[in-house]
Design a protein around this ligand. Structure first.
Ligand code: DLL
Length: 435
């Protein structure tokens, strides 16, 4: 049986037609950027380009990349393409280094965004019969409101549970007969493990599916959520700069996340050289927003590492798929000269029983030597309870990470919510080595 597609004319458009459609939207976006965004106007004038020079999709490559640095330099409203009176909503992302990125939406942008998130929810099986519990934060972070609007658009009953504590989440789930869970995968896993260890029978719940994202997660975490809650768990991807969630989402075939290509042009580049790579090769995702009024970005370097797949998907959608994002270009750390991706440490941890997936790496220097401490939020006390079993588990985790990294690692277990409030993302790396 083919799964439900929310917007068939746009989601299943033959690729040739889709590319023509993209070109038309790209041309009008470039024209507006040239006229209304000082930054893009001067970039194009410096390169002696005018909007008329963009006659094919490949011509997009004549433009340089836009980076987070450019957005920071234009803080808060310097890259908006419309006057503030036309802006209906503002969200922001604090980013890993603390300087906020500010994003504006016109009434049309809000409408389109809502439709995109509705597509992802529909792909996860959400209908107007569902009760959707959202445990993303509601605030400047785009997750809560983005998913909320999308679920309302479908006609589901929405529970904006936000970042309430785990017992509250579970009681809401029981009392209000939640059918769909939406939030960060780390919190979903914690909920799943807590229920599995409690005397609550999962059959007494009404759950059938979940849509999780905003942070990297592994197949192991998916498996734990799916098995313990007896649901199908799918992935949703997005970033504030491109409007928040809704940029891409998985379908039930779980073979990558379909990118909303009628709204975004996706390229994958070699992060070192900037060379555009063909489909199937791994690199940094670069996105161009071709249907935004307030905050259109051209060739934005997301920092996320992925691979594009353009061959058709069994679900019937023609939009390209991106493989699950697990690493970023900017989070690679060098410890004692060894290059490490925090996501790889996280994957080791996610593989272990009883240890939560939320962690923080703290780098320091003792004498001339780098030290690494990994702080991990424990989701529950170790089997057998007691201090000695806790210490045994800590030692086992420490040994495993030490083997993995081939250097001494200190592991410290911390209480849930220590690294960040539940449902919010943690800062992966704290580097105290230069100060
Ligand atoms: O995380 C938007 C969002 C909200 C996406 C709810 C999905 C669901 P930011 O706070 O700007 O926006 O963070 C964006 O988070 O560049 C990725 O590095 C990471 N990220 C987002 N979704 C995923 C995912 C929202 N599904 C940054 N898998 C992005 C892995 C993800 N990483």
């Amino acid at each position: 049986m083919k799964p439900f597609i929310y917007d068939p004319p746009n989601e299943t458009m033959p690729r040739e037609e889709l590319e023509q459609f993209q070109l038309e939207r790209l041309q009008s976006t470039i024209y507006r950027c040239y006229r209304n965004v000082q930054f893009y106007g001067s970039v194009m004038r410096d390169l002696q380009l005018t909007p008329d020079d963009f006659t094919t999709l490949e011509d997009l490559r004549r433009l340089p990349f836009t980076t987070k640095e450019h957005l920071r330099n234009s803080y808060p409203y310097g890259m908006f393409a419309v006057p503030l009176r036309e802006v209906r909503r503002i969200h922001s992302s604090s980013g890993s280094t603390g300087v906020a990125i500010v994003v504006g939406y016109t009434a049309n942008d809000l409408d389109h965004w809502t439709g995109l998130v509705a597509r992802n929810l529909a792909a996860a099986g959400v209908t107007d019969e569902d009760v959707v519990q959202i445990f993303f934060g509601f605030g400047l972070f785009s997750g809560g409101f983005g998913l909320h609007q999308g679920a309302e658009r479908i006609g589901a009953s929405v529970l904006p549970a936000s970042t309430a504590d785990i017992h509250k989440q579970i009681s809401v789930m029981q009392d209000f007969r939640t059918t769909i869970l939406v939030g960060t995968p780390s919190y979903a896993r914690q909920i799943a493990e807590t229920i599995a260890e409690s005397d609550i029978s999962v059959q007494s719940l009404s759950l059938k599916g979940g849509l999780f994202g905003a942070e990297p997660w592994s197949e192991r975490t998916r498996q734990i959520i799916e098995e313990n809650l007896v649901i199908t768990a799918l992935d949703i991807y997005g970033l504030a700069e491109l409007g928040g969630p809704g940029v891409a989402g998985e379908c039930p075939f779980k073979c990558g996340l379909h990118i909303a290509e009628d709204h975004f042009i996706a390229e994958v580049i070699d992060p070192e050289t900037g060379e555009v790579l063909e489909a199937g090769r791994e690199g940094e995702l670069v996105l161009t927003a071709i249907h935004k009024e307030a905050f259109p970005l051209l060739r934005y370097r997301t920092g996320d590492i992925t691979t594009l797949h353009i061959e058709p998907c069994e679900c019937g959608r023609t939009h390209a798929r991106m493989s699950r994002v697990y690493r970023r270009t900017d989070d690679m750390i060098a410890i004692r000269g060894v290059k490490v991706f925090p996501a790889d440490i996280q994957a080791e941890i996610e593989d272990m029983e009883g240890v939560g997936s939320r962690m923080q790496i703290v780098l320091d220097r003792e004498g001339h030597e780098d030290t690494i401490e990994v702080q991990i939020e424990l989701t529950r006390p170790p089997a057998g309870g007691g201090l000695s079993s806790l210490d045994r588990q800590r030692q086992a985790t420490q040994d495993r990470l030490g083997d993995f990294l081939r250097m001494p690692v200190r592991v410290r277990f911390v209480e849930p919510s220590t690294l960040a409030p539940l449902g919010e993302k943690t800062t992966m790396v704290v580097d105290n080595r230069n100060g």
